[in-house]
Design a protein around this ligand. Structure first.
Ligand code: CMP
Length: 138
C-alpha cells in the first residue's frame, strides 16, 4: 500500500467531457482510486476548502469558479502519491506545464487549470477528510 493524495477534476474539465480521459491517464499512471464522487460545491464549501488562499487576490474568482458546476473529487493511492501526482498533472499555469502532463493537455488557463493535486502529505489528509468519510473509502 502506498500513501495518498487528493484530487479534483475541476468544473470546466467536467463540463467539457474530459472526466473519463483524465481518469484513464490517472489509472494508467499507477494510481489506485480509493474513493470518488461527483459533487457540486456550494460557495461556502468551496470557500472553506480554499481557505488557505483567502488573502490572495484571486480568491473570490477561485470560489466562483469552483462552485460554478459539478466536479469530481477523489482520493488516490500510490507510492510517493503527492509528488508523483504533481508531476503527472504539471505546473499550476498550463503555459508552464511540461508536455505530456494533464494540465498541458486539458487546462485552459491559470485559473481554469483542469485539475487539483494536494501539495503535501499533510494537506492530502486534510483535503481527503474534508470530502470523504472512512466508510466511503475502499
Ligand atoms: P490549485 O492547485 O487547485 O490551487 C489553487 C488554485 O487557484 C489553482 O489551482 C488555480 O486554479 C487557482 N489560481 C492559482 N493562481 C491563480 C492566479 N494567479 N489567478 C487565478 N487563479 C489562480
Amino acid at each position: 500500500m502506498g500513501n495518498i493524495t487528493f484530487t479534483m477534476i475541476k468544473p470546466e474539465a467536467v463540463e467539457a467531457g474530459n472526466t473519463g480521459a483524465i481518469l484513464k491517464r490517472i489509472e494508467e499512471s499507477g494510481f489506485r482510486i480509493v474513493a470518488m464522487k461527483k459533487v457540486h460545491l456550494s460557495e461556502e464549501k468551496a470557500g472553506k476548502f480554499y481557505e488557505v488562499h483567502k488573502e490572495r487576490p484571486f480568491y473570490s474568482e477561485l470560489i466562483e469558479y469552483m462552485s460554478g458546476g459539478p466536479i469530481i473529487v477523489a482520493i488516490l493511492e500510490k507510492e510517493n502519491a503527492v509528488s508523483d501526482f504533481r508531476t503527472l498533472i504539471g505546473a499550476t499555469n498550463p503555459e508552464d506545464a511540461a508536455n505530456g502532463t494533464i494540465r498541458k493537455e486539458f487546462a485552459t488557463s491559470l485559473a481554469m487549470n483542469a485539475i487539483h493535486g494536494s501539495d503535501s502529505d499533510e494537506n492530502a489528509k486534510i483535503e481527503a477528510d474534508f470530502h470523504f468519510s472512512n466508510q466511503e473509502r475502499f
